[in-house]
Ligand binder design. Structure first.
Ligand SMILES: [Zn+2]
Length: 96
């Protein structure tokens, strides 16, 4: 498993850039830089295969719950979690 602070973008974290996720109009967390989309479910932070369009809600709500130890998983959850950072990198290269 690999973990995320449930607050900063897991993709941008790979290059040591901490970008805070913002809630978009579909109620998903989206990175304002790379537009990776995620949603939380219990202890999982699930990553979508499609990027957002920067359509953020008006008040730019940031991820307020700082949950240490959220693990990264694919969306939908049935697709499973990432076993390694290499697996995650391989996945996000295909996220369009
Ligand atoms: Zn990002």
């Amino acid at each position: 498993m690999i973990f995320n602070d449930n607050k900063s973008c897991p993709e941008c974290n790979l290059t040591n850039v901490a970008i805070e996720m913002i809630l978009n109009k579909n109620s998903f967390w989206e990175c304002p830089l790379c537009h990776l989309q995620t949603t939380r479910k219990n202890a999982a932070l699930m990553v979508f295969t499609k990027r957002g369009k920067g359509d953020f809600i008006n008040n730019h709500r940031m991820s307020d719950k700082h949950t240490v130890g959220a693990f990264l998983a694919r969306y939908p959850k049935s697709e499973g979690w990432f076993e390694s950072q290499e697996e995650f990198i391989e996945f996000i290269q295909k996220v369009k």
